[in-house]
Design a protein around this ligand. Structure first.
Ligand code: HEM
Length: 419
């Protein structure tokens, strides 16, 4: 039996807070091991790194999600008892519902709505002295996501609803005021969306069959029971909120275009395939999810190391996307790496790994990639703008993180080229 290397700290909770995204990656390098143990809030916890470990982590025979997501994350980011925390038949049932709205037709409808919102935003921005891209992108995404989902959103409410979606996301690594802000935003949003679910069920609000609101309103659990209106609202929010979250990647993409202007020309001349490389590099290089948690289903041994039933296991997301054994020159923003790099379900995991239908891999990965491609093209050819001096650094100890200024743009002018 092999012993798993141990982090010398008595309890690593404060180190996670202090180090943020690279916490696991720092120890993988320090302990020279892709597997090690720590104590986290008093619990013995195994940390895993690397594609082989990711493959293990995504084996549903080995791990469950029940009991793996802390309450403070459920009450802010994802909602209580949502799909992310389910296993087996119940997970499959809900995941099928999520994947049913990810068809090419459904995604194309979202892209049309987004194209319209970007154009409208560009005209509004042209009248402003300056705008903050992160704030504006959240609103664009929120309007289009609600229209796509079948959620009525009065014009006057768009900004504050977008802020609430962001507050839920922003709370995931926060404590104190940030946590409470996220919790209040979640309660407000769940109340709002639950009202919509009830109207749909009573026939007072008509939504297209197969639309996200329709699917979630009528979803039955694995036992055939209709979800409570609250639970249906939580799952519908799980389709709108993450679309608003793409504002983060859009802001990072704008920073990349600004800091590496050579790509502006390449994106114009090299077509759709190159835009995809650029977007994949944004998702690889810029931080969003630091790590993911699961619990051991039954005792087993892997590579001579014992995993005991119920143990918490964390998979390194940030570190895997920055490991030079997989990504040469990992700290360089270099989209061309995707010309030759083979992508497997376990080596590029900013939105989780494994398989969409059977595992917990992000249901919205295609939407994220397509939305980003459209936004990058819009920023590069749909508008012209100046970038004043500002602080574009981001803090890896803050989860989630963003360029400090949110990316300020001046003198925005639409070019008339469609997004
Ligand atoms: C799950 C990241 C966008 C819907 C996840 C997971 C991550 C993630 C890390 C967890 C995977 C796991 O537990 O193994 C992101 C990021 C996004 C994004 C960084 C973009 C900024 C989206 C979008 C949607 C979406 C656009 C839907 C429109 C979901 C759902 C799950 C999920 C429903 C739960 C899947 C399950 O538990 O089976 N996402 N996501 N996400 N995401 Fe996303």
């Amino acid at each position: 039996m092999q012993t798993i290397p141990r982090d010398p700290s008595l309890d690593s909770t404060l180190d996670v807070v202090r180090e943020g995204f690279p916490f696991i990656w720092n120890r993988v390098r320090g302990l020279h091991s892709d597997i090690f143990q720590i104590r986290l809030m008093g619990q013995r916890t195994i940390c895993l790194h690397g594609p082989e470990a990711a493959q293990l982590f995504y084996d549903p025979a080995r791990f469950v999600r029940t009991g793996a997501v802390p309450r403070r994350i459920q009450t802010t980011l994802m909602g209580k008892d949502a799909v992310q925390t389910q296993d087996g038949a119940e997970h499959r049932c809900r995941k099928d519902a999520f994947m049913s709205v990810m068809t090419p037709q459904s995604r194309a409808r979202l892209m049309r709505l987004l194209a319209h919102e970007w154009q409208a935003a560009a005209e509004y921005w042209a009248e402003q002295e300056e705008i903050v891209l992160f704030d504006e992108a959240q609103e664009v995404l929120c309007r289009a996501a609600c229209a796509w989902a079948g959620v009525p959103l009065p014009n006057k409410d768009a900004r504050r609803r977008a802020r609430d979606f962001w507050a839920m996301i922003d709370a995931f690594g926060g404590a104190g005021p940030r946590h409470w802000r996220g919790k209040r935003a979640r309660t407000r949003t769940e109340d709002w969306i639950e009202g919509i679910i009830k109207k749909i069920r009573k026939g007072k609000l008509e939504v297209a069959e197969g639309s996200p609101a329709h699917v979630m309103a009528w979803l039955r659990d694995a036992d055939g029971e209709q979800l409570s209106a609250r639970m249906a609202a939580i799952e519908l929010i799980n389709l709108v909120r993450p679309i608003v979250a793409i504002a983060t990647y859009i802001t990072f993409a704008a920073v990349a275009l600004h800091e590496y202007p050579v790509y502006k020309g390449l994106l114009r001349t090299s077509g759709d395939e190159y835009t995809e490389y650029f977007v994949q590099e944004v998702r690889r290089d810029f931080p969003f999810a630091p790590f993911l948690g699961a619990r051991v289903r039954e005792d087993f041994t892997w590579r001579g190391c014992d995993f005991k039933k119920g143990m918490l296991v964390l998979l390194d997301v940030y570190g895997l996307n920055h490991d030079p054994r997989i990504w040469p020159e990992a700290n360089v923003f270099w989209p061309d790496r995707f010309r030759h790099q083979t992508i497997s379900p376990y080596n590029l995991i900013p939105q989780g790994g494994g398989h969409y239908d059977t595992g917990h891999r992000c249901a919205g990965e295609w939407i994220t990639i397509e939305t980003l491609k459209q936004a990058v093209t819009f920023l590069n050819t749909g508008i012209t703008y100046d970038v004043p001096a500002q602080d574009l650094r981001y803090d890896l100890t803050r989860m989630p993180t963003l360029p400090t200024s949110g990316f300020v743009m001046r003198q925005v002018r639409p070019t008339g080229q469609a997004a």
